[in-house]
Design a binder for this molecule. Structure first.
Ligand code: NAD
Length: 264
């Protein structure tokens, strides 16, 4: 295997289980020689994340609820104590009340709008505030977004609005941190069956639609997202920042239903 990440140390946030996009990314980075630390949301996930971290030889597995500033501070204090320096961050975190990931966007509640924006958007900025201080030799960060930020997708609703804000924050972060040699990019992944995705209404239909209508005529895997993340986190993309890389079988370039697409 390649050793693109030999000597690099990075934090993976958002691993829930072996279906998580974070897992595909972690595997690609580990195979490329990276040393990984993981953060997980709460005690319920610890028992799932611990054995996965062990598989990749990681000795740092720490709790972090990104809606809590003290929790983020505690994570980064631990990382600073253990490692001192940080080279990369993967932010694969999003949340919204699943009752609002169906029906109409216009019916979004104020409380869930705030919660969705806080966990899915602000958290990346909050993390980069801390990561900047540890990225003393430059660095690279990747967050995960979805096409629902750019175009209206059924049921994505407030999460689409949050992803639009996340994509804008990637650009502002890229400008602020670029002077320190820190690059900030996003991956816009096609639909993948994960825990988070199961909360989205008619997700199976969305998967089928993408399979039938994307140029590659199939859905993407977490390993494919992982390989693209490896590019963005490694020196291969040293001239790239503020970018949104679509890993979606090309779906985002399509203007109309494919002529050979079966009915879904
Ligand atoms: P997942 O359920 O495996 O991961 C989501 C993670 O977010 C979980 O690990 C969860 O613990 C974490 N999280 C939620 N609230 C948190 C909080 N308050 N503090 C800390 N962590 C919290 O699902 P996934 O699909 O791998 O999601 C990863 C990212 O990819 C998300 O940003 C998602 O929006 C994005 N994404 C997913 C798809 C898809 O189709 N699955 C497509 C494009 C983008």
């Amino acid at each position: 295997s390649n050793q693109l990440m030999a000597g690099k140390r990075g934090l993976i946030m958002g691993l829930a289980n072996d279906k998580s996009i974070a897992w595909g990314i972690a595997r690609a980075l580990s195979e490329a020689g990276a040393e990984l630390a993981f953060s997980y949301q709460g005690d319920a996930l610890k028992k799932r994340v611990d054995p996965l971290a062990v598989q990749l030889g990681s000795e740092i597995v720490l709790p972090c609820d990104v809606s809590d500033e003290a929790s983020i501070d505690a994570l980064f204090t631990e990382l600073e104590n253990k490692w001192g320096r940080l080279d990369f961050v993967v932010h694969a975190i999003g949340f919204s009340d699943k009752n609002e990931l169906r029906g109409r966007y216009v019916d979004t509640s104020r409380a869930n709008f705030k919660l969705t924006m806080d966990v899915s958007v602000y958290s990346f900025t909050a993390v980069m505030q801390r990561a900047e201080k540890l990225m003393t030799e430059g660095g690279s960060a990747v967050t995960l977004t979805y096409y629902g930020a750019e175009q209206v997708m059924p049921h994505y609703n407030v999460m689409g609005v949050a992803k639009a804000a996340l994509e804008a924050s990637v650009k502002y972060l890229a400008e602020d941190l670029g002077k320190d040699g820190i690059r900030v990019n996003s991956i816009s992944a096609g639909p993948i069956k994960t825990l988070a995705a199961s909360g989205i209404g008619d997700f199976r239909y969305i998967m089928k639609w993408n399979e039938y209508n994307s140029p590659l005529r199939r859905n993407v895997t977490i390993d494919e997202v992982g390989k693209s993340a490896l590019y963005l986190l490694s020196d291969l993309s040293s001239g790239v920042t503020g970018e949104n890389l679509h890993v979606d079988s090309g779906y985002h370039i399509v203007g109309m239903k494919a002529v050979d697409a079966p009915d879904v």
